[in-house]
Design a protein. Structure first.
Length: 141
């Protein structure tokens, strides 16, 4: 077998770390999954009147159908709500509901504590640099 390149090994390690981080956050956000936390965060930033599902999918890195599958139970328990898009009747807008705002506020504090536990102290500068790198890489995919 050929030796893997540094770039391929990087992505393999990144996938492994992402899986571990997701599990850690899933178990530590007080009943809110990490993906749902990310979705609520984006919806909170979007504000009113909300955003289209396809735009939320792009922000989260999932397919539109994957977002739809995740939003249905979130809507049933009052974390999100949808409204008809006045500009395009074929698509609806999704927004954070009051229950989602409360759950996000609870999750934010826990997420900060989890991040502080995971990231070694004194590495904030490297985190900013890596975050920029990941943002740039994400735009190329």
């Amino acid at each position: 077998m050929e030796t893997l390149s540094t770039s391929v090994r990087f992505f393999m390690e990144m996938a492994k770390v992402q899986a571990k981080v997701s599990r850690r956050f899933d178990n530590g956000l007080g009943g809110l999954g990490f993906t749902e936390f990310i979705m609520l965060s984006h919806l909170s930033e979007a504000g009113s009147p909300g955003i289209r599902r396809i735009d939320l999918a792009e922000k989260v890195g999932l397919t539109a159908s994957g977002i739809t599958r995740l939003l249905l139970p979130m809507e049933k328990i009052g974390l999100v709500k949808k409204e008809i898009n006045k500009d395009d009747a074929r698509s609806s807008l999704v927004m954070i509901a009051p229950g989602g705002k409360r759950k996000l506020e609870e999750g934010l504090e826990r997420a900060e504590l989890l991040a502080d536990e995971i990231i070694p102290s004194g590495k904030k500068g490297k985190i900013r640099e890596l975050s920029s790198f990941l943002t740039e890489t994400g735009k190329r995919i």
